[in-house]
Design a protein around this ligand. Structure first.
Ligand code: ADP
Ligand code: ZN
Ligand code: ZN
Length: 838
């Protein structure tokens, strides 16, 4: 970026350790973040003797010809060498003190250091873009501080400013305006500020255009009215939702047209009027609910959590349907009452509508949702709301771990085992669980990790704490809390494993075993609901020629294309799930021109089509990333299913994540094998988690549930462990395997990912770096370099180099700048610390 203001601070030096022997010196320099439209970066400024600056303050600094807002990140008591001879500009003013807590910046720096990434990349995930650019510096009179006729002593520009401020009704102007109107405004302002007769402040930006939307409010009792059934239904829905809803939501809920509402308005039963919408996702009004009476296990867990005040780690291990959410809710309530805020992290936005509804039902407007799918405007508004310091509950996905909540009293990570807490790319490749733990440590509050299938990392740390861990840092208090049963002693659903080889030998060529077909028949007869889980989205995993065996592949990536077929008349398409390349399904084999092309595998579409043939009456909804792409689609699909609009929900991985649908009595896992056979040391752990979670969607209500699990390898240890609900023995066996090989959680991994359009250059770069890293005293083992499991994606060739380290905290990771300097420009390298996907 263009150099205009202070001196650009190269990030590497940012972490340089300071010598400890020196007495505490006064900060004479400060590293700031400038974040305005067209300018974003870290710069160093001098601090004039008249000012004291602390990390977290908002400053006004000269930048090129402008004055801009900046956030103080770090006070520097010594100037880095490369800045010694540079002319540094000075901070002009402290606009607002303590805007961010100082621990916040320490956290971002820790993330940058640990994940080997520039601080600026961390700031980009953490802060909404243009945070300061939208705020405006303003000045206002402080009349009470001004002695009578004092202005006689003032300079001309100061008098001019004073006169203008007095002439303005509220006694304030923007700094920009005064600079334009008053000659020598800076000098005059300095004078006034020193005397304390004027103060400067940062005004939040006015929302460009407040959004307005039609709202419907129930205003009269309608019991005795003469109404059509449709009208009555709409009013009932409105009343049940608290008497107040957005028009669009009401119509969606009732599947009604706006004419019904218009007629009700004419009768004087409702009013429809435009109302302003705050652009944060506060969602629909939900019926308020009360804390439930806890089961003994829930009560015991809460008793352990409630008194925790400082940093502590808690694992809440509760089987599916054991009521973890209720424990969260009751742990949160007293913290809010004490004026603290709570951060709740969840894996994916697919699961938040249901979860956020439950939180809103309990805490109403104090709940706000923060995730990366929000528009910039929404993110920005939510941020401002969070910074207000009002006690609140923020629910969000991984990046919400950086939500700037002052007075944070508790952090909860729900479904802590979920891999979507880890960012794969772009840098920083952070894990929200790791960062959340640091955050809890920094602000000194407890963190609760909740799951039915805890990750091996968490299990090892919190269930069976090891003494081999680092001895230097004092250990925080750790708690293992267990909810071993479902609420109201509902049984876990029995899991029936079906051997699909047997089905094939007995001439059943359908993708559904006879047991599953029977079960599907039954839910229809009994008017219950079911879920079918498929490992892949799309229609089928690949298309191949029956004559020559040719498999149709993506021209850009080394993967086969998937068959997509949306509805009967649509053109069948082939699509690449890596780069999104698409083309029409060929009618002949591109290799041998045979017309016998066959679709292999079973994606959601294929399953839905086969269901339509076998059970034409069964009403089916597809729930996968194809059908939930648009905003609000998750909520709409789940509401339809919950309302009984369909008998069966067919979907992928997303179904595994925390859905609580009490009517579901059947879960069918169409083929578990795809999950078992991934080439990754975590494959078993992940398969166990996904299958257990999916199975856990069954029988959560009054009616008992069951699970049918189809597989070609019924004797696989994961399958037996899932079928018998054997968590402890499975995880202990898995841990033993990891320990034998020094894999996480007994060792650490760092993955270097190389990629380039040039297949030769990328391999050479990976080899050169491997050689450079292969020193005799290196504290790590090198694995590779090797081509990535899928070598080419979106035309880029990819190579991996894996470093295997011990657990000691002080292992020096390779110097990333050095690595980059060994790479030609057209080869990119990313460092993935603690990678989840190899
Ligand atoms: P988990 O998150 O552990 O899978 P949930 O929190 O979703 O479980 O709880 C499962 C169901 O049990 C939910 O419908 C919830 O409302 C209900 N529930 C939870 N705790 C209680 C309780 N103490 N008494 C009655 N019902 C409860
Ligand atoms: Zn062929
Ligand atoms: Zn592709």
């Amino acid at each position: 970026m263009e150099y205009r203001g202070g001196v650009l601070q190269p990030w590497l030096e940012a972490g340089a350790p300071e010598s400890e022997a020196e007495p505490p010196a006064i900060a004479r320099w400060v590293e700031v973040l400038v974040d305005c439209p067209g300018a974003q970066g870290l710069f160093t400024y001098g601090v004039p003797d008249t000012l004291t600056v602390a990390a977290g303050d908002i400053l006004s600094v000269p930048f090129g010809s402008q004055q801009v807002g900046a956030i103080a990140l770090r006070e520097l008591t010594a100037l880095p060498d490369e800045l010694q001879d540079q002319p540094l500009k000075q901070v002009e003013e402290v606009v607002s003190r303590g805007f961010f807590p100082p621990t916040y910046w320490a956290l971002l720096q820790r993330v940058a250091d640990y994940y080997c990434t520039p601080l600026m990349s961390v700031i980009r995930v953490a802060l909404p873009p243009g945070l300061l650019g939208r705020s405006q510096r303003r000045l206002r009179l402080c009349p009470e501080a001004m002695p009578a006729e004092a202005e006689a002593f003032l300079s001309g520009p100061a008098q001019d400013i004073l006169a203008r401020l007095r002439g303005q009704k509220q006694g304030n102007y923007s700094w920009q305006y005064l600079q334009q109107k008053v000659k020598g405004a800076s000098r005059g302002l300095k004078d006034l500020l020193q005397r304390g007769w004027v103060e400067s402040y940062l005004e939040p930006p006015t929302l460009s255009q407040p959004k307005r939307q039609q709202a419907v409010t129930l205003i009269a009792d309608f019991e005795a009215q003469e109404l059509s059934p449709r009208q009555r239904e709409v009013l009932e829905v409105l009343r049940r939702q608290g008497g107040d809803l957005w028009l669009t939501e009401l119509l969606q809920l009732c599947q009604a047209s706006s004419s019904v509402v218009k007629a009700l308005a004419q009768k004087g039963l409702v009013v429809v009027q435009p109302r302003e919408v705050l652009r944060s996702d506060r969602g629909v009004a939900v019926e308020a609910d009360q804390p439930k009476e806890l089961t003994p296990a829930q009560a015991e867990a809460l008793r352990a959590i409630a008194p925790l005040a400082g940093y502590a780690q808690v694992l809440l291990h509760g089987v599916t349907g054991s009521g973890k959410t209720e424990v969260y809710l009751q742990a949160i309530a007293p913290r809010l009452a004490q004026g603290q805020s709570v951060l709740v992290l969840v894996p994916e936005i697919g699961l938040t509508p249901q979860l956020t509804d439950r939180f809103r039902a309990r805490f109403g407007g104090r709940v706000c949702v923060y995730h990366s799918a929000l528009s910039d405007g929404e993110r920005y508004d939510t941020w401002r709301q969070m910074l207000s310091g009002e006690p609140q509950v923020v629910i969000g996905t991984r990046s919400a771990v950086f939500a700037p909540l002052p007075r944070l009293g508790l952090i909860i990570l729900d479904e802590e085992h979920d891999s979507s807490f880890k960012q794969d790319q772009p840098a920083p490749c952070y894990h929200a669980r790791t960062v959340a733990t640091w955050r809890a440590e920094g602000v000194d509050c407890p963190i609760i990790l909740g799951s039915a299938t805890p990750s091996l990392e968490t299990w090892l740390q919190l269930r069976s704490p090891q003494d081999s861990r680092s001895e230097s840092a004092p250990e925080p208090p750790r708690y293992y809390l267990s909810l071993p049963e479902r609420v109201q002693s509902r049984p876990l659903p029995p899991i029936r494993v079906i051997d699909m080889r047997q089905e094939f030998h007995e001439r059943n060529r359908s993708i559904f075993s006879r047991s599953l077909q029977q079960a599907l028949q039954q839910i229809q007869e009994r008017q219950q609901q079911g879920i079918l889980f498929i490992h892949r989205r799309g229609h089928s995993t690949f298309v191949s020629c029956r004559s020559c065996g040719h498999v149709i592949e993506c021209p850009n990536c080394d993967v086969s294309l998937s068959y997509h077929h949306t509805h009967a008349d649509a053109t069948p398409l082939l699509r690449c799930h890596y780069c999104n390349y698409g083309c029409p399904h060929p009618t002949r084999c591109p290799e041998c021109s045979s017309t016998y092309l066959k679709n292999f595998g079973s994606g959601t579409q294929r399953v839905v089509q086969e269901l339509a043939q076998l059970f034409p009456e069964l009403r089916v909804l597809r729930f996968d990333s194809d059908t939930t792409r648009t905003k609000g689609a998750h909520r709409a699909l789940l509401s339809r299913f919950a309302a009984g609009d369909a008998d069966l929900l067919v979907g992928t991985q997303m179904l595994a994540k925390g859905l609580d649908l009490p009517q579901v009595t059947l879960v069918g896992i169409v083929a578990a094998d795809g999950l078992l056979n991934l080439a990754d040391y975590r494959a078993s752990e992940r398969a166990f988690q996904v299958l257990t979670q999916v199975a856990g969607r069954s029988g959560r209500g009054e009616d008992p549930g069951r699970v049918i699990l189809q597989t070609y390898t019924p004797d696989h240890p994961v399958i037996t462990a899932v079928a018998n609900h054997e968590f402890d023995s499975f995880i202990n066996a898995e841990l033993a395997e990891r320990e034998a090989l020094n894999y996480p959680p007994y060792g650490r991994l760092v993955l270097l990912r190389f990629s380039s359009l040039d297949p030769v250059a990328v391999q050479q770069a990976a080899e050169a770096i491997a050689e450079a890293l292969d020193t005799p005293d290196a504290p790590y083992d090198l694995l590779g370099p090797a081509p990535a499991p899928v070598l080419r994606v979106a035309r880029r060739y990819r190579w991996h180099l894996l470093l295997k380290l011990g657990l000691q905290d002080d292992v020096m990771l390779p110097d990333v700048t050095l690595l980059r300097s060994l790479c030609p420009r057209h080869v990119s390298v990313t460092v993935d610390v603690d990678p989840l996907n190899l």
